[in-house]
Structure formats: structure tokens, C-alpha cells
Design a protein around this ligand. Sequence first.
Ligand SMILES: Cc1cc2nc3c(=O)[nH]c(=O)nc-3n(C[C@H](O)[C@H](O)[C@H](O)COP(=O)(O)OP(=O)(O)OC[C@H]3O[C@@H](n4cnc5c(N)ncnc54)[C@H](O)[C@@H]3O)c2cc1C
Length: 418
Amino acid sequence: MLAALTAARAGARVTLLERNEKLGKKLYITGKGRCNVTNTADFEDFFGQVPRNPRFLQAAIRGFSHVALRDVLQQLGVPTVEERGRRVFPASQKASDVTRGLARGLAEAGVDVRLSCRALALDAAYGAISGLRLENGEALAARAVILATGGASYPATGSTGDGYTLARAVGHTVHGPLPALVPLIARDVWPAALQGLSLRNVRLAARRGGRLIFDEQGELLFTHFGISGPLALALSSQAQGDGAQTGEGAQAALWGALDVRLDTKPGLTFEQLDARLLRDFEALARKQFANALAGLLPARMAATLPQICGIPAHKPVHQITRAERQALGALLKGIPLPIAGTRALEEAVITRGGVEVRQVDPSTMMSKRVPGLYFAGELLDVDAQTGGFNLQIAFSTGVLAGQAAAAQVRRDQCDQAN
Ligand SMILES: Cc1cc2nc3c(=O)[nH]c(=O)nc-3n(C[C@H](O)[C@H](O)[C@H](O)COP(=O)(O)OP(=O)(O)OC[C@H]3O[C@@H](n4cnc5c(N)ncnc54)[C@H](O)[C@@H]3O)c2cc1C
């Protein structure tokens, strides 16, 4: 939408094709319906939130930052507010207002918006874009085409991976797609017993080959298959690294090599926690172990702990040895949480993988293989952590592609006139 609006405002005659019956279906569900449009992090912090191919995005993000985006939204009648974690939302707290503002802008700029209209193939006669074909059999002529078909996650929103097929058909390499920002499946059974329990202010850390690759504090949610919530989603993205480990075996090896630990008491050192356990156990000496942790942990977590730590639930507290207590303290500071893999793409907030960025010019978003073809958004092989970064990437690459496509069309028309 922003790519089309930018190109139209730059003077191009633009048709926007949307396969759904309405615009912005995915936008509608972002930020739990509130749409976290961007993040006011400075450039360095911004790129720190992009695990894959951040350098490719330098020109796009610097050229159209959160400041420019908020200005455009303001002009479109969508004022924004900054909240915790530098996250920016529409002041109305409604994702639908972002789509409504963009749709209004598109109408004012004279963009021909065609709904329920699915692009099926690109026409690239003599190596350059000449148009595209639609599912209804129609052929459209065009000097430039911007592909902004999204990734392959939450396919019910319309992003079913069509763009990958279109790009591949004209010679582009497409990686994956794999799920990222996605819940994780636990190897052990105990997390499932805690289904529905959300732990706040816990810390999740992951090491591979002894090297710390993830260490964050926040919220973790237990599910019937493992873990979800902000910490699990962030780990799912960070742990996948740069490689193109797409096969099932490679994925299993990737997660199998990861040592994931849950620190239930990040605010206490081991010594402080041990002193606390000692105090609690002295006060509750006549109780059974299972009933002695209620002050320290949520009741359901306390009830599950005997299963994890090996101290029998019915053991009288006064019989717990010093070594057992210390082992328990160490465990509470780092419960092993082995991961079997991720949930499916359908449940992923973002798609990891997409069009190989080395085949795209980062200063224009134009294909290096097919002149006249541009890319924007999640379709590209870039993805970021949560916090508004993914939408800013889509908006920034869209603006760059819109500007460059309009400039190219102008040049082509001049060349033809001459
Ligand atoms: C549940 C959820 C919550 C999220 N929350 C946030 C958030 O708060 N902040 C944030 O920054 N990011 C968030 N994201 C990620 C963000 O929504 C995406 O990264 C972003 O929407 C990508 O934009 P896009 O324009 O590239 O693709 P999309 O928004 O997926 O748009 C692509 C459009 O292309 C259309 N299309 C596809 N194929 C064709 C075709 N062949 N012909 C015609 N049209 C086609 C689709 O119908 C779709 O409307 C969230 C994602 C999910 C799933």
C-alpha cells in the first residue's frame, strides 16, 4: 500500500492488486489488533533487532525512518503514540485505522485498487518486466512491477507465498521459507503440564557449543506443546542464525545442539536464593517439599518442580539435605528446557527466508536479474524481532521501491519520447 502510494505521488500511474476482498488483512491482526507500526530505536539498535541481512536494509531504513513514517501516517489522519519499549501505535489503538488512512491516501493519489485480484505470473519479455498475468486470465501491461506479497506465515491473511513462486519463475533464488517469531516445542513433558501458566520477569538463556547466543528477561507462556510468549518468540528467531538450515534433519540438529535454560529468579543471585530457600525451609520444616515452595513460585510451578528436580513431593522439608537444597537453588536459576523445534509457519509471526537479497539492489529494491521488477516487505529474506521493526522494514522497503519504480517509469517514458 505504501509502495503504491509513494509511486503514485511520484507521478506514476499505479494499479494495486490485492488477492483478498479487502486491503490490509494481516495489518489488521498486528499488535493484537493495535498495530505496532514502528519503533523509535536509533539506527544501531534497529539493526541490532534484525538477525538476518541487516546491512541490506541500511539505505531503506535510513532513507525512510520511523520519523518519516509517523509523519506520513499523521498526514493520512493517523496520529501515533509511543509506548513502552519505544513501540509506536496508532493513537486510536486500532490497526484498522492504519489501513483506512492508507486506503484514503491511495484513493486521493488516484491509485487503481483492484480487490479479489490475484497475480499469477510475471511477464518478462526480453529479460525485462513487461507486465503480469492475473488469475482471471487477464494480462496487464506494466513498465515496472513491485512485488510486495508478504511471506508465508498466517496464510489465511492472504500471504500464502505466491511471491516466492513469481520470483522463482523469473530466475530469483528463494530461501526457506521457515517460521520465525514462532512458539517452540519442548522435548520434555513437564512444560505441557503447566499449559496456560505465564511467568513474568523470568530469564531465558541459550548456549550453542558453550557460546551464549540468547539471554533475555521477560515473559514466558507454557502451552500444551512447550513454550510461547515474547521470550520464546524472540529465542525462535535468534537461535536460527544466518545459515540456510532448511531441511528437517538440519532443523533437528540446530535445536538439539542448543542448551536452553530458564532462570525463574533472575533478580536473585544463587547465594541470595539459597539463603531464601534456607529461611523458607526452616519456617516450613514440618511441611512436605511440594508445599514449601508456594511463597517462591506460582502454585502450579511449585507443584511441578518435584518432577523436575527429583526431590520427592512428599519428602518432609526438614529431611532435605544441604546438597539437595543447593541443587534445587541451582536448578531454579537454570531449569534445562530442551527444545525439539518450532511450531509451523501457520503460527509464525514472521517468515524467515525469502528472496535472496544479493540479487536485489539495496538502494532501489530493484531486481539485479530482471529490470523493472522490485521487491518490498516480508517477501525479502529479512526478518526482525518483535517491536514494530517488521512493519517498518515493510514500509521502508516499500517507499524505496515505490520511489525507484516511479523514477524508472519516468526515465523509460522520456527515452521513448526521445
Ligand atoms: C499475528 C501477527 C502479528 C504481527 N504484529 C506485528 C506488529 O505489531 N508489528 C510489526 O512490525 N509486525 C507485526 N507482524 C509482522 C507484519 O505483519 C509483517 O511483517 C508485515 O505485514 C509484512 O508486510 P508485507 O506488506 O510485506 O506483507 P503482508 O502484510 O503479508 O501483505 C501482503 C499482501 O499481498 C497480498 N497478496 C499475496 N499474494 C498475492 C497475489 N498473488 N496477488 C495479489 N495480492 C497478493 C496478500 O493478500 C496481502 O494482503 C505481525 C504478524 C503477525 C502474523
